[in-house]
Design a protein around this ligand. Sequence first.
Ligand code: KIV
Length: 278
Amino acid sequence: MSTQTVPTSTAADVKRVTTQTLQEMRAENTPIAMLTAYDYTSARILDAAGADVLLVGDSASNVMAGHETTLPITLDHMIYHAQCVVRGVQRALVVVDLPFGAYQGSSREALRSAIRVMKETGGHAVKLEGGARVIETVKRLVGSGIPVMGHLGLTPQSIYKFGTYKVRAREEDEADRLRRDARKLEKAGCFAIVLEKIPAALAAEVTEAISIPTIGIGAGAQTSGQVLVTHDLLGLTVDFNPRFVRRYADLAETVTGAVQQYVADVRSRDFPNENESY
Ligand code: KIV
């Protein structure tokens, strides 16, 4: 196993990102860079490379477990992924998604789930989806000392209600509801809100109207920050090509080439050579 892969720094060198840091970045108009992470090795690399926020997203259900939707992932699975990520992070704020079924029942159920996340993972905040219907829950969690990130627009846990992954809030009634939901989440105490797959003009308007950071995904350039699923950015999810993803690498091709070479070297007995043997 290789253990020498990323630059190392000691915890003492590093100033941690907090919810307060994000508020300051918003005030200074410094865009916030957030990415998803699900495991120790990747989290270490993403953190050392400068991501401000690592989201242990329930998209783990898709990219790690191969499910079609985010619905099957459980609270125990999310806790496992978050524990792995937290062990790899020195600087970034770690936000953990509350999965489908872990908070919708009641604010009491949500608090129980969020307390498990905070106690068992060492994560710094939780994220949950929805507007008006989660306000009581947000208040209860924040009132208990747990920072909460909201999530509006395309909320994948409601995919069977929407019936499609198309852009949300194009119609005025839904856009208006989203504006009101954002203000309610802010008032209830959220420290930031993810805006997913909504028109850029609406995301810009919401960002202007509230005093907490907005983090966009498919929401244009005028939000306080951006988030992408890391596997999309790295070109590991080959059959997923939405317009809002920019691919910064083609790791599927790189990995395929490396593995093909390894297989060929094993077959030809080129690997291992004398220097790689004892
Ligand atoms: O689970 C996830 O990856 C997310 C981001 C897309 C915001 O919620």
